[in-house]
Design a protein around this ligand. Structure first.
Ligand code: BEZ
Ligand code: FE
Length: 290
């Protein structure tokens, strides 16, 4: 293994990994090395560009902590997250489609009963959400665990607004359960479009590429029930200006829904009135489930 040039380097690295005892790891790393080397040869990567790439990854590492995951953002804006979601979530026609998870889910959100107001102080126009969880055969799915999370009217999730002690209250997120008919309902606030965090290296990359950081307004859902595949998805708001240019490529037409606006009334004096959203979810049976 001497006198390696820009072409013989690839088989040399593959040979160095030939003894890997884990066949899946070997397949992934072989492919990664081949594609990475082909990429560097194709663009004739210069040393300065390679250094810029290393600096970018270093900055991504430095800005990453428990509440900021720059590498997930990078995967999202490069379309890798949606690609992995799509190729692992093919479902029969009629099932609700999956989309990206995003970085703002939090374990341990408050468990609430149907009908609860989950806003918990998050600012926004009131919004009532209702729907039913069903299986592909039309059967209601009772007792499904439904996690919901969303941003406020300024486009921030609760985790992006830590309190003085560095913690945060759970706002505009909760877990509830579908009732005996698979139905659920809760009160929250109207979803708004928002930019993904863009004050770090990923934001600077988007700007250099002439891209914007915005996501169309959406509500996140994660729905789990025994005998069914877990569903991770969003419901997007029809008419949003970013539906066709989502920064993370997550929009699917079947997930776009109308939020109905209602005039203010005695219970809803907010100048924006209030909104209602009705959306049903259809789960795919788990592999091997009857
Ligand atoms: C989100 O929808 O919460 C999200 C998804 C990808 C990147 C940033 C945010
Ligand atoms: Fe989101």
């Amino acid at each position: 293994m001497r006198n390696i040039d820009e072409h013989t380097i690839t088989p040399a690295v593959l040979a160095a990994m030939a003894g890997c005892p884990d066949p899946r790891l070997k397949a992934i790393m072989d492919s990664l090395v081949r594609h990475l080397h082909d990429f560097a040869r194709e663009v004739k990567l210069t040393e300065a560009e390679w250094e810029a790439g290393i600096r970018f990854l270093t900055e991504a590492g430095h800005i990453t902590d428990d509440s900021r995951q720059e590498f997930i953002l990078l995967s999202d804006v490069l379309g890798l997250s949606m690609l992995v979601t799509a190729q692992n979530n093919a479902k029969p026609a009629g099932c609700t489609e999956a989309t990206v998870f995003g970085p703002f889910f939090v374990e341990g959100a408050p468990r609430v009963d149907c009908g609860a107001d989950i806003a918990n102080g998050a600012r926004g126009t009131p919004c009532y959400v209702s729907g039913q969880v069903r299986g592909i055969g039309g059967e209601p799915v009772p007792g499904a665990a439904i996690d919901v999370w969303q941003s406020d009217e300024e486009g921030f999730y609760d985790v992006q607004q830590p309190d003085a002690a560095g913690g945060h209250a759970h706002r505009a997120r909760a877990q509830l359960r579908s009732d005996a008919q698979g139905r659920f309902h809760f009160r929250s606030i109207l979803a708004h479009c928002y930019p993904i965090p863009h004050d770090g290296p990923v934001g600077r990359m988007l700007q250099a590429l002439g891209r914007h950081p915005w996501r169309p307004a959406h509500l996140h859902f994660m729905i789990a029930a025994p005998g069914y595949e877990r569903l991770i998805t969003h419901v997007f708001r029809a008419g949003d200006r970013y539906l066709d240019s989502d920064a993370v490529f997550g929009v699917r037409q079947s997930l776009v829904a109308d939020w109905q606006r209602h005039e203010p009334d005695a219970r809803h004096p907010h100048e924006g009135g209030y909104y209602t959203l009705a959306y049903d979810f259809v789960l795919n049976p788990a592999p091997g489930a009857a």
